[in-house]
Ligand binder design. Structure first.
Ligand code: FES
Length: 209
C-alpha cells in the first residue's frame, strides 16, 4: 500500500472551479442534506471534481472545503483516505488498480503487478511514456470471491490471469477499453461458482406436484 500524499506543487494547477453543469449538480447535491449537514456532500463533490479534472487537485480540495464550509483538513482526510480518489495525474485511458489484499494475493495478484510493471511502468502511480496508462496497488475492492481482480476507473475486471490482464491493458492502451466486458473474465455469472451451479441443480418434484 502506498503513502497517499498530494501531488508535487509543480503539477498542481493554480485554481479550480466546477464547470457550469457540474456547479449546478453540486448545488443540487448539497441541498439534499439537512441544514448543518452539508459536509455529507464531500465525497460526491470530490468524485465529481475528479471526473472533471481527471484527478483530485489541491485547488479542488480547497474549493470544496470552502463550498461546504468545512475545515480544509477534514476534506484532506477524506481525499487522502480513499484510494478511489487519485491525488496525482493518472493515465488518460486507464488507471489500473490491482488489489493486493490476501485473497487476491493468494490467487496471483503479484503476477498481475508484474504485468503492470512490464507493460506500463516499473513504478506504481507513474505515467507510461505517452501518459495514457498508470497503475497502483490497492486494498480489497470487495470482489474477493472472484480474485484476483483489478479496478479500472469505476469497473472491476475479475478472475484474471496475467495473460488476460495483458489483453485488457492492450485494449485500453489502444482506446478500445469499452470492448472489454467488466466483471468475471471466465465463464461464470457474477460470483456464482466457476463451472456452473453446484447446488439446487435438480427441480423439486413436490413443487412440480
Ligand atoms: S482481496 Fe481482492 S477484492 Fe478482496
Amino acid at each position: 500500500m502506498s503513502v497517499r500524499r498530494l501531488a508535487e506543487d509543480s503539477v498542481q494547477p493554480a485554481a479550480f472551479a466546477f464547470n457550469a453543469e457540474n456547479q449546478a449538480w453540486a448545488e443540487q447535491t448539497i441541498k439534499k442534506f439537512p441544514e448543518g449537514r452539508q459536509a455529507s456532500a464531500v465525497i460526491p463533490l470530490l468524485m465529481r471534481a475528479q471526473e472533471q479534472e481527471g484527478w483530485v487537485t489541491k485547488a479542488s480540495i480547497e474549493h470544496i472545503a470552502a463550498m461546504l464550509a468545512m475545515p480544509l483538513i477534514r476534506v484532506l482526510e477524506v481525499a487522502t483516505f480513499y484510494t478511489q480518489f487519485q491525488l496525482k495525474p493518472v493515465g488518460t485511458r486507464a488507471h489500473i488498480q490491482v488489489c493486493g489484499t490476501t485473497p487476491c494475493m493468494l490467487r496471483g495478484a503479484e503476477d498481475l503487478m508484474k504485468v503492470c510493471k512490464h507493460k506500463i511502468h516499473h513504478d506504481p502511480q507513474t505515467l507510461n511514456e505517452d501518459g495514457t496508462l498508470s497503475w497502483e496497488e490497492v486494498e480489497c475492492q470487495g470482489a474477493c470471491v472472484n480474485a484476483p481482480m483489478v479496478m479500472i476507473f469505476k469497473d472491476a475486471y475479475e478472475d484474471l490471469t496475467p495473460e488476460r490482464l495483458e489483453e485488457i491493458i492492450d485494449a485500453f492502451a489502444s482506446g478500445k477499453g469499452d470492448t472489454i466486458k467488466p466483471g468475471p473474465q471466465i465463464e461464470r455469472d457474477f460470483s456464482a461458482p466457476a463451472g456452473g451451479p453446484t447446488s439446487l441443480t435438480t427441480s423439486n418434484p413436490k413443487a412440480e406436484g
